[in-house]
Design a binder for this molecule. Structure first.
Ligand code: SAJ
Length: 431
């Protein structure tokens, strides 16, 4: 990999993507300034520490900060390359909000010089990079901005989505292929040269609009496929069939690969990004919209089934196993497990205990409910009813001897050797 050690890079937004990206670029030799609106985040990074949990990130940040190749600031300074990695939230109606992206563009505009490269990495509705370029053109009429000028532009503007999996961010930032969309082909080529400095995966160029859509399509593809599995699980339960067995057998077909049902889809990407596509083309997105609705309905279905089970066993001590949005991580944002457990806690109060090896305390959703956080050994010793919400390795490893005498509602298909109080043929115990 070719490294330009004189290159100055500014990364705007020091969150789950921005901080690891800034640290990796700094490790590859460039001088990096990480910008964040939060003074706390800036101070934490400048002291060589991290404010987010991610495998190996603490050591990497400590190293690049102590070598002086990464510094954090609340003020944008001039640079050769600007990378925008700020959040793109959505409102109650799931409409995307690109306000932070446009604010970042406004902060960059006064610092821009001919030859600069501006890259948007935030997950964005199709057309956002063009809006960024248009805004820069409006704020800097002295510069020729791509898309808003004839002939060769003075700066380069491109879109390059991240596609990393939480828990593997540092590995995947380097190894995954990157899809790089330029406002013009020249912009894409310039951005590709930048990424090749620290990415080992292939860097493939396209237009900015196509790259924006690629990111949304990847997560929508996964959402639609999880919705298929979740719909099967509700259908199989209704028909008295074990969905896990059906999926396992169907997946023996060489061209079938069904994903796993669960209590719904969590996290801040797969449950959100499909709406960006739906809002971009509302009359042409029936399947993607319906998939979202099926995945939301699955959470409501699990809450209903769990509530019925607990009310059928008023004397039982209940343990909900897991709160994270997926296995083996400490991220509880948009987690269906939190939604289910908190609904039970609100209705049944002290009857509900929570086991979450990755939590130090219960999230605010449980405030005032009387539910208690306990460890796994205590739950196995004291509880009669187990509701499996997350497939943490720790739960997978519980042998049948320690749970065989309990009533189980297994939403993840974790313990296939034990009847479950839902999911079709393993229904006997709740009946
Ligand atoms: N899930 C199921 N059944 C499955 C697989 C997943 O119910 O068979 C659920 C999980 O339990 C979880 C949710 O889906 O609640 C999402 O988990 P995930 O591991 O599928 O994905 P994320 O949200 O951690 O990361 C995704 C990834 N996108 C794709 O796999 C297409 C990642 O590569 C993206 O970078 C990330 O979104 C992002 O930042 O957009």
């Amino acid at each position: 990999m070719l490294i330009d050690s004189e290159q100055k890079v500014t990364v705007l937004g020091l969150g789950y993507i921005g901080l690891p990206t800034a640290a990796l670029i700094a490790r590859s030799g460039s001088k990096v300034t990480g910008i964040d609106v939060s003074r706390h985040v800036v101070d934490t990074v400048n002291s060589g520490k991290v404010h987010i949990e991610e495998v190996d990130l603490d050591g990497l940040v400590q190293g690049v900060v102590s070598r002086g190749t990464l510094v954090a600031s609340t003020e944008v300074a001039s640079a050769d390359v600007f990378v925008i990695a700020v959040p793109t939230p959505h409102d109650e109606e799931h409409r995307p909000d690109i306000g932070h992206v446009l604010s970042a563009a406004r902060a960059i505009a006064p610092k821009l010089q001919a030859g600069n490269l501006v890259i948007l990495e935030s997950t964005s509705p199709v057309g956002t990079t063009e809006r960024v370029a248009a805004l820069l053109a409006e704020l800097r009429p002295d510069l020729k901005i791509p898309g808003a000028c004839t002939g060769a532009a003075d700066i380069f503007v491109a879109y390059c989505p991240e596609r990393v999996l939480p828990g593997r961010i540092l590995v995947e930032l380097v190894d995954n292929d990157r899809c790089i969309g330029g406002i013009t082909p020249r912009c894409a080529r310039r951005a590709m040269t930048f990424y090749r400095q620290f990415v080992r995966g292939a860097c493939v160029t396209t237009s900015a609009r196509a790259a924006e859509m690629v990111k949304l399509v990847e997560n929508s593809y996964r959402d639609v496929n999880i919705a298929f599995a979740n719909e099967l699980s509700m259908m199989a339960e209704h028909m008295g069939v074990d969905v896990w067995e059906v999926i396992r057998l169907a997946n023996r077909h060489p061209r079938v690969s069904i994903l796993q049902p669960g209590p719904g889809v969590g996290g801040h990407c797969i449950a959100v990004d499909p709406w960006f596509l739906v809002h971009g083309a509302p009359d042409h997105s029936q399947l993607i919209r319906t998939a979202r609705e099926v995945n939301l309905a699955k959470t409501a279905h699990v809450i209903g089934a769990a509530e019925m089970l607990v009310s059928q066993h008023p004397e039982a001590r209940v343990a909900c196993l897991g709160l994270a949005f997926k296995p083996n991580i400490d991220d509880f944002r948009e987690s269906p497990a939190v939604e289910v457990a908190a609904a039970l806690a609100r209705r049944f109060g002290q009857q509900i205990r929570i086991v979450e090896p990755y939590a130090r305390g219960l999230p605010m959703e449980f405030a005032g409910t009387g539910a208690e956080l306990i460890d796994l050994d205590t739950a196995l010793a004291q509880c009669d009813l187990l509701i499996v919400l997350v497939d943490h390795d720790l739960f997978k490893s519980i042998p049948i001897e320690e749970r065989g005498d309990k009533i189980v509602y297994d939403t993840r298909g974790l313990w296939l050797d034990q009847p479950s109080a839902a999911n079709g043929s393993r229904l006997h115990r709740a009946a």
